[in-house]
Design a protein around this ligand. Structure first.
Ligand SMILES: C[S@@+](CC[C@H](N)C(=O)[O-])C[C@H]1O[C@@H](n2cnc3c(N)ncnc32)[C@H](O)[C@@H]1O
Length: 824
């Protein structure tokens, strides 16, 4: 005890000096007790053993000192609590404790005085004068957990002036009753005294590690690793008895500590340390550095995946090598992303897949020679010519708000865009496509623009949609340099003569858009079954071209195409089409016109039904495509044509002959009537004979055959019709023949016929008036002669042309017979 006491004295020398100045010492014990309680080392040891949370908290120095004082005073309270008397009696309130302490203070007044004086002197020596007041007045107000617990004991009396005195009295009481306090003091002084210093350093270290943690989370993995290494190194300095900020533990800790202190001898200090540490280590959390907890994303690519120990954005193998954490605790491979086991177990709400809007990844081949312009630019003379021909075209929209300029809008029909000048519907108007496109372009971004260039397999570049488009929605404007036709031709001859691709399109006023320098629309390829249309609209009086979605709309990722309806100008320019559609026309040529399209459809219909074809192949002419098609068609139908045409031509010939014959007959009848009337009127009977043979009146010829005169007249008349048709082939009869005919006619008429000579005479009498008329029947045999063959041929021809009938044939034959008979 002696060396120890001297050591204690040595350490408490300043305090003793102060004490001696205030009050003389009554006995040695009175000096011993405060020394054990109030040395700075003691107070530190208490702090280190109880204060855990305070390590991490920043406090001003003065506050820390006051805390130490509170610890010192609290140690006395704890000692008080540890007495057997206290354990049996319920914890008194602050006022009771005060009364108690007063009673006890009387008993050991003198010794307490010394101890209090020593305590105050210690306080003075530890704190500056400025803080002295603070220490005295607010020694119970520190915000550490321990001081809070002691503060609770006095919470009711905090406002009274006895606050400090209560503390003093309790200390006095403790000192009085606890005679073995020196034993208790030995342990905290030697054991935790060491760790007190450490704790002071550790509070700083912990703060520093906190800062490193924060910095690590900001600076990234490498910094975190560095921080971790540092922390690991400092961990050797960390006290092993760091307890969590548990109030129960804090409350119980001093009791256990006090009881152990009594049991442990001074010689077993090293053992004591390890034993002291054990009760605190059990509830204490492992002394790992306190990292900011990782927050796993609740959305994005990895949503639904099991969290791993690896930091994100790093390969697991690499990560485990660095951190030494090892791979994840998995027995089998995880399920694929978006179908992980968690997803299978729990399910989740529907989320759009990440590639719904997925522009092409970077690194796509891009056209080098493309010079872009999103506006039409007039080049050369085009501008001046355009202005000169400019017409102000206005079209006032008549739609109502209910209609909203839908498909029935008059402006829409005419490809006129509505604007505030010609339409009063404003935002309700549905016919402002170019306006919409303007807003989209202005907003920018891949989605608003909605198209991107791609490289196709066999058609050069193309354009792909990276969003969906409604049917008939505007997609992109076709812009470029507007040139005159002359300029266009010049470019074709010189500039583009070796080009494979042309970007020329007919525009307006005989001008052409050359999109070699133009918008992205120039890359849109041709398809025979396109999903888009190229349309020309008038916007604010100016024509503009744009690509619109087709009637079925466009889906994300589809390649855009329209029908070029391409005019290749020459054979050289005819290009093979590789659109791959089922109805591909084979070349980049013009599409069928409506009429041809209809004809084609009809043809197909006929083929299907098997009905004969009426169309004329001659009509299918024009462009190269059409010629090709016509050739194909003709070769395909040649056989059919031959089979069909043979019977057709006969029928047609017969029909023609009949029609002609009937027409001539009709005419002849009409003429006959007229002639008869004329002759009658004029008294020309022989004319009747001349006219009768006009082939057509078969019945009358028959009747005429019945009498010789009539036969004769028929014989004269019968060849008349063919003679009439083929006058040049007839030969004139000789005079002798004429006489014979006349004689035969006279005999025949006198012998057979009932005709009176008067009649004949009458006829003859009439004949002088018209000798030519009379001559005609005379001539007729000549005629008949010749016409005999003619009649034959006529009969043959008539038999060939079977439409003439038997009557005509018989008449002709009878004429021939009569002529022969007349000869005989
Ligand atoms: C206006 S450009 C289209 C963009 C072009 N593919 C490019 O790479 O620049 C027209 C040219 O593309 C090619 N092309 C377009 N559509 C095609 C198709 N269906 N089949 C074959 N070639 C096509 C032809 O060479 C044509 O002259």
């Amino acid at each position: 005890m002696a060396p120890r006491t001297s050591r204690l004295f040595a350490s408490a020398a300043p305090a003793l000096a102060d004490v001696s100045t205030h009050e003389p010492a009554d006995d040695t014990m009175s000096l011993d007790v405060p020394e054990q309680l109030l040395t700075p080392e003691n107070s530190r040891s208490e702090t280190s053993s109880n204060n855990e949370n305070a390590l991490a908290e920043e406090k001003p120095a003065a506050r820390r000192r006051s805390t130490r004082m509170a610890r010192a005073s609290l140690a006395a309270v704890e000692a008080l609590d540890n007495t057997p008397v206290k354990r049996d009696v319920p914890t008194p309130s602050a006022s009771e404790a005060y009364v108690e302490s007063l009673a006890k203070a009387k008993r050991s007044h003198s010794s307490l005085r010394h101890s209090i004086a020593a305590m105050e002197s210690t306080m003075r020596s530890d704190t500056t004068p400025a803080h002295d007041t603070v220490t005295r007045d607010h020694s119970m107000v520190p915000d550490t957990p321990v001081s809070k617990s002691s503060q609770e004991l006095q919470s009711e009396d905090m406002n009274t002036s006895l606050q400090q005195r209560t503390l003093r009295k309790r200390v006095e009481k403790t000192l009085t009753e606890d005679e073995g306090a020196d034993k208790v003091k030995a342990t905290p002084k030697s054991g935790p005294g060491i760790s007190t210093r450490r704790s002071t350093r550790l509070s700083l270290l912990d703060r520093a590690s906190d800062l490193v943690d924060r910095a690590g989370s900001v600076l990234g993995k490498r910094s975190r690793d560095l921080g971790e290494k540092d922390v690991g190194r400092r961990a050797s300095l960390r006290p092993r008895n760091v307890a969590p900020p548990n109030e129960d533990a804090l409350a119980s800790a001093p009791k256990e500590l006090a009881s152990k202190k009594r049991r442990v001898s001074e010689s077993d200090l090293s053992k004591l340390r390890s034993q002291d540490a054990s009760p605190f280590e059990e509830p204490a959390a492992p002394s790992t550095p306190r990292y900011k907890p990782k927050r796993w994303l609740t959305h994005g690519l990895y949503t639904g995946q099991e969290p791993s120990e690896s930091p994100p954005k790093q390969r697991r193998s690499k990560n485990s090598r660095k951190t030494g954490g090892g791979p994840m605790q998995r027995k089998i491979l995880p399920l694929p992303m978006f179908a992980g086991s968690r997803l299978v177990r729990n399910g989740r709400n529907f989320e759009l897949p990440f590639d719904v809007f997925s522009p092409l990844p970077p690194g796509q081949p891009k056209p080098d020679e493309w010079r872009k312009t999103n506006k039409n630019v007039f080049v050369g003379d085009a501008g001046s010519i355009w202005k000169a021909n400019k017409k102000l075209e206005l079209s006032t929209c008549m739609c109502t708000e209910e209609d909203g300029c839908d498909e029935n809008c008059q402006n829409r029909y005419m490809f006129y865009e509505c604007d505030n000048g010609n339409c009063r519907l404003g935002s309700e108007c549905g016919n402002r496509s170019f306006e919409e496109l303007k807003h989209r372009t202005k907003a920018g971004g891949k989605y608003n623009i909605g198209v991107e260039v791609i490289k196709t397999v066999d058609r050069g570049y193309g354009v792909r949609s990276n969003r969906s488009f409604e049917p008939n929605q505007i997609i992109v404007e076709y812009t470029g340099e507007i040139v005159t036709q002359i300029e266009c031709e010049r470019r074709m001859r010189s500039v583009y003569k070796n080009n494979d691709c042309y970007y020329l399109m007919y525009f307006d006023q005989n001008m052409i858009i050359d999109a070699t320098r133009g918008s992205i629309a120039r890359f849109v390829n041709h398809s025979c079954e396109p999903n888009c249309r190229m349309e020309k609209w008038t916007v604010a009086g100016k024509p503009r071209m744009a690509l619109f979605a087709g009637d079925h709309g466009v889906m994300t990722g589809e390649e855009l195409s329209y029908d070029y309806n391409f005019d290749p100008y020459s054979n050289k320019n005819v290009q093979e089409c590789r659109c791959g559609s089922p109805n591909c026309r084979g070349i980049l040529g013009p599409r069928l016109k409506d009429k041809e399209q209809r004809a084609k459809e009809l043809e197909e219909k006929r083929k299907a039904t098997g009905s004969p074809r009426k169309t004329n192949a001659k009509k299918v002419t024009g462009t190269k495509r059409k010629i090709t098609e016509a050739i194909e068609n003709s070769t395909a139908r040649q056989g059919k044509k031959q089979k069909l045409l043979a019977p057709k031509s006969i029928k047609a010939g017969v029909k023609r002959a009949v029609a002609k014959a009937s027409t001539v007959r009709g005419k002849a009848i009409a003429k006959k009537g007229a002639a008869v009337s004329k002759t009658r009127g004029r008294g020309k009977t022989p004319a009747k004979n001349v006219k009768l043979p006009t082939v057509k009146t078969a019945s009358r010829v028959k009747a005429a055959v019945q009498t010789p005169r009539q036969r004769a007249s028929t014989a004269k008349a019968s060849p008349a019709s063919p003679a009439k048709e083929k006058t040049s082939q007839l030969k004139r009869p000789s005079a002798e023949t004429k006489k014979k005919i006349l004689a035969a006619a006279a005999q025949g008429s006198s012998g057979r016929g009932r005709k009176s000579p008067a009649k004949l005479q009458k006829t003859e009498t009439k004949s002088p008036r018209k000798p030519a008329a009379r001559k005609a029947p005379i001539k007729s045999p000549v005629k008949v002669k010749m016409p005999a063959s003619t009649a034959k041929s006529t009969a043959k021809g008539a038999s060939k042309a079977r439409g003439l009938g038997k009557g005509v044939r018989k008449a002709a034959q009878s004429v021939v017979r009569s002529v022969r008979g007349a000869r005989k």
